[in-house]
Design a protein around this ligand. Structure first.
Ligand SMILES: C[S@@+](CC[C@H](N)C(=O)[O-])C[C@H]1O[C@@H](n2cnc3c(N)ncnc32)[C@H](O)[C@@H]1O
Length: 252
């Protein structure tokens, strides 16, 4: 059996009781560490709380060489842990399909996801979100324009855009709101588009989440603190959405 378990958003205490029991009963425990991270804890602390040895998995381990995970799941109970929810803004559908092809039973134990946490933190209504997008760190001359294209298309339909910020796990590098705003403003200038408002969110799910709304200049000036960070580019605000941002995100 291969069980996908979402660990939630911050530390070892965010997993569901069902998830925790499955981890404690497992024969093998794998933790995917490249699509998102629990910034409020460490692998040794997770191991201590779960009472299990954890094998970390990087992108190649999951996407190119998943055999050790699948072998463990063929022999006994293996759990595949992911920060957030295992199947949201990740590519783990692929490994579930590979398991099914080998006749391995699978199931999912869901966790709180950043995609829903943002709605509570910034008050933007979840049914008004269009397609999401990721802002990658630029690489050499590679400067993708996809983020601004998605944002423009959503703005044209008066929809909000959830903007995931890049993680380079091998370098322990996490994109901050100010860096993402610089990149998006550069893309917007090239595309002749204006982004009137941003909402930045840091450390959702922790005891010290930060939510702040403003224009590009305000976002660059504001200190969001430690990662993880994420942003929303809102469409036109409804009255309640505006009031929420004024009360809880410093919108002027
Ligand atoms: C590719 S998404 C993976 C989402 C995850 N599967 C989930 O369901 O939450 C990871 C990105 O979401 C954002 N993110 C994830 N957790 C966060 C948190 N606790 N606070 C702020 N941003 C977060 C960051 O931009 C991060 O790079």
């Amino acid at each position: 059996m291969l069980t996908f378990i979402g660990l939630g958003l911050c530390d070892e205490y965010d997993v569901s009781v069902r998830g925790l029991e499955a981890i404690r009963a497992a024969d093998a425990v794998f933790l995917e560490v490249y699509t998102s991270v629990l910034t409020g804890t460490t692998i040794p602390r997770l191991e201590e709380y779960y009472g299990k040895k954890i094998t970390p998995l990087y992108r190649e381990d999951v996407e190119l060489h998943p055999e050790p995970v699948l072998d463990a799941a063929a022999k006994g109970d293996a759990v595949f842990l992911t920060a957030g929810d295992s199947m949201v803004a990740t590519t783990h559908a692929d490994i579930r399909i590979r398991a099914a092809e080998r006749g391995i039973q699978t199931r999912i134990i869901h966790g709180a996801s950043i995609t829903t946490a943002v709605c509570g933190l910034c008050g933007l209504q979840n049914y008004r979100f269009g397609k999401s997008v990721s802002v990658p760190f630029p690489y050499g001359k590679w400067f993708p324009m996809t983020p601004i294209e998605v944002i423009s298309a959503n703005l044209a339909q008066n929809l909000h855009t959830l903007v995931f910020l890049d993680i380079q796990k091998d370098k322990e590098r996490y994109m901050h709101v100010s860096e993402a705003v610089d990149l998006l403003e550069e893309q917007a200038a090239r595309a002749g588009v204006r982004i009137p408002l941003y909402v930045g969110i840091a450390r959702a799910g922790s005891a010290t989440p930060v939510v702040h709304a403003g224009d590009a200049e305000e976002m660059r000036r504001f200190a969001f603190g430690d990662p993880l960070h994420i942003m929303v580019v809102p469409g036109e605000l409804h009255d309640i959405e505006r009031e929420y941002l004024v009360r809880f995100a410093g919108l002027c």
